[in-house]
Design a protein around this ligand. Structure first.
Ligand code: FES
Ligand SMILES: [Fe+2]
Length: 445
C-alpha cells in the first residue's frame, strides 16, 4: 500500500503493448486520477455559451462539470456538486441562468461558482458558516481558437505549452477564419470500448481500406468520392506527426482543392471550391502560405481524449466510453456549405455514421481481447514502422516517414506511461515550442 505502481506497458524496441491496460479496473481508476485529473481536457466550445449567463453541461473524465459564462463574460468550469452533501446543482444540458439552486436543501450558487444563499444561515447555522470557502469547485479554464479546455491541476503548464507544436497543424482546421468556428451538437452515445482504443485509432490509417471498404465504395458510387485502396494509402505522401501526446495525421498537397472531408460530393464540389478560392487570401494571411496551401490536418487526437475535431471520448469504466460528436463549422460559411457539412459529418461519423459503425465493432473486439484469460498474456503488436520516424525540416514534431505507421500509437502509450508514472506535472516532459507560426492566427483565434 502507498507505493505508486510503475507502469511499463509499451516496449519501444519491439512495439509490444501489454493488453491489461484496456480492462483492469485498478488501472482505469488510476487513469482518472493521473491522466484525467491532470491533463488539459477539451470540454466544449465558446459558441455553446455565446452570451452572458449561458451555460453548457459537460464532463471532465467522469466528473460532471458546468461550463458557464458569467455576467462579465468570463468562462468557468464548475464541478456540478453541491458543497453541502453533493447533490448536482444543475440537471439540464444547457441554458441561461444567473444562479444554480441545489434541489436538496436549497443552497444557491452564482454562475461564477460563489455560494450566495443558504436557507437558515442565521437560524440553523448561527451565522457560523464560512460561505466563502464553500463555492462550487472550479477548474482552470483556457481556450484555443474557441475550443474550451479545463484542468484540475494547479501545476499544469499553460494550454499553449500543452498543445505546443501540435497547434501548428491544428490551426489548419480550427483557426482558418477571422470569424472563428461554431459548434453544433453534441450527439451522444455509449460504446462498449476502452477509451484508449479509439484514441489510438485516430492515427491508424492502416485500417481504412479494410474496415471502411464497403462505406468507401458507397461514397465513391453515390458521392463521386475517389476510391480507396491499400496502394493509395501506402504510396500516399501524407504523414503522421506526434507532439506532447497529440497524434496528428496530415495531408501534404499543393493541389488547391478544398480542405474539407465531410459534405463534399460531385454535387457540392463547386460550392466548396468557390469557398476555398474566396477565403484563401484570408487563410494565407492567418496561417502563412505553407500551412494555408499545403497542409491539411486529417485524423488526429488531442491527449488524452479529444478526437477528430470537436469529439470527446468520455471514459465510463474500463470497457465503456461515451462519445460526444459535435459538428464544427466556420461561422461565416455560406449556409449551403454548413448544411452539406452537417449532413456529411453525420453520415460519416456519429451514432448512425457509416464509418463510425465500421469502427465500433473492431474497437469492441480489441478492448474485449484484454479480458481473455489466455489472450491477454500475449501483447498487442505495434511494430509497424519502427525506426522510421524523426525530425523533419518542414514539419514540427516527430514525423513518420509514411502515412501508414504505428509510430503515433507507440508514442501515445509512452505518453500514457509518462502521465501514469509521474508524481506531479514537474515529472511530465513537454516538448519546447519550435515551430514557426507564420501568419496572424493566435491561441485566441
Ligand atoms: S446537498 Fe445541496 S443543499 Fe444540501
Ligand atoms: Fe475508422
Amino acid at each position: 500500500m502507498g507505493t505508486a505502481r510503475k507502469h511499463v506497458v509499451i516496449d519501444p524496441a519491439t512495439g509490444k503493448l501489454d493488453r491489461c491496460i484496456f480492462s483492469e479496473q485498478a488501472i482505469y481508476d488510476e487513469e482518472m486520477e493521473k491522466i484525467f485529473g491532470r491533463a488539459w481536457l477539451m470540454i466544449g466550445h465558446e459558441s455553446l455559451v455565446p452570451g452572458p449567463d449561458d451555460f453548457f453541461h459537460t464532463y471532465m473524465g467522469e466528473d460532471p462539470v458546468i461550463l458557464t459564462r458569467d455576467g462579465e463574460g468570463r468562462l468557468h468550469a464548475l464541478l456540478n456538486m453541491c458543497r453541502h452533501r453533493g447533490n448536482r446543482v444543475c440537471r439540464v444540458d444547457d441554458g441561461n441562468a444567473k444562479r444554480f439552486m441545489c434541489t436538496y436543501h436549497g443552497w444557491t450558487y452564482r454562475n461564477d461558482g460563489a455560494l450566495e444563499y443558504v436557507p437558515g444561515e442565521a437560524q440553523a447555522y448561527y451565522d457560523a458558516l464560512d460561505k466563502s470557502s464553500l463555492g462550487l469547485l472550479e477548474a482552470r479554464v483556457e481556450t484555443y481558437a474557441g475550443i474550451v479546455f479545463a484542468t484540475w491541476a494547479k501545476d499544469a503548464p499553460s494550454l499553449e505549452a500543452y498543445l505546443g507544436d501540435a497547434r501548428w497543424y491544428l490551426d489548419t482546421v480550427f483557426n482558418r477564419r477571422d470569424g472563428g468556428m461554431q459548434a453544433l451538437g453534441p450527439m451522444k452515445w455509449l460504446e462498449p470500448v476502452n477509451w484508449k482504443t479509439l484514441v489510438d485509432n485516430c492515427s491508424d490509417n492502416y485500417h481504412v481500406p479494410t474496415s471502411h471498404l464497403s462505406s468507401a465504395r458507397v461514397q465513391t458510387r453515390w458521392l463521386g468520392r475517389p476510391p480507396l485502396s491499400h496502394e493509395d494509402q501506402f504510396a500516399s505522401p501524407n504523414r503522421h506527426a506526434f507532439v506532447n501526446g497529440h497524434g496528428l495525421t496530415f495531408r501534404d498537397a499543393d493541389d488547391n482543392l478544398p480542405r474539407y472531408v465531410h459534405g463534399m460530393s460531385s454535387e457540392t464540389l463547386r460550392l466548396f471550391q468557390e469557398y476555398h478560392n474566396t477565403t484563401m487570401p484570408e487563410i494565407e494571411r492567418r496561417l502563412g502560405a505553407l500551412r494555408a496551401r499545403r497542409v491539411q490536418l486529417a485524423n488526429h487526437s488531442i491527449f488524452p481524449n479529444g478526437i477528430l475535431g470537436l469529439r470527446l471520448a468520455l471514459p465510463r469504466g474500463p470497457l465503456r466510453t461515451e462519445f460526444w460528436h459535435f459538428v464544427l463549422l466556420d461561422r461565416d460559411m455560406p449556409e449551403e456549405i454548413k448544411h452539406a457539412i452537417r449532413i456529411g459529418s453525420q453520415a460519416n461519423n456519429g451514432a448512425a455514421g457509416m464509418f463510425e459503425q465500421d469502427d465500433v465493432d473492431n474497437w469492441r473486439q480489441v478492448s474485449l481481447a484484454s479480458t481473455s484469460r489466455f489472450g491477454r498474456r500475449h501483447p498487442q503488436d505495434l511494430s509497424m514502422g519502427l525506426g522510421h520516424a524523426g525530425p523533419h525540416p518542414d514539419y514540427p514534431g516527430l514525423v513518420s516517414e509514411r502515412y501508414v505507421s504505428e509510430n503515433n500509437q507507440r508514442l501515445f502509450y509512452r505518453r500514457w506511461e509518462e502521465f501514469m508514472n509521474a508524481g506531479n506535472w514537474a515529472d511530465i516532459p513537454l516538448d519546447p515550442i519550435t515551430a514557426r507560426f507564420d501568419g496572424t492566427a493566435t491561441m485566441r483565434g
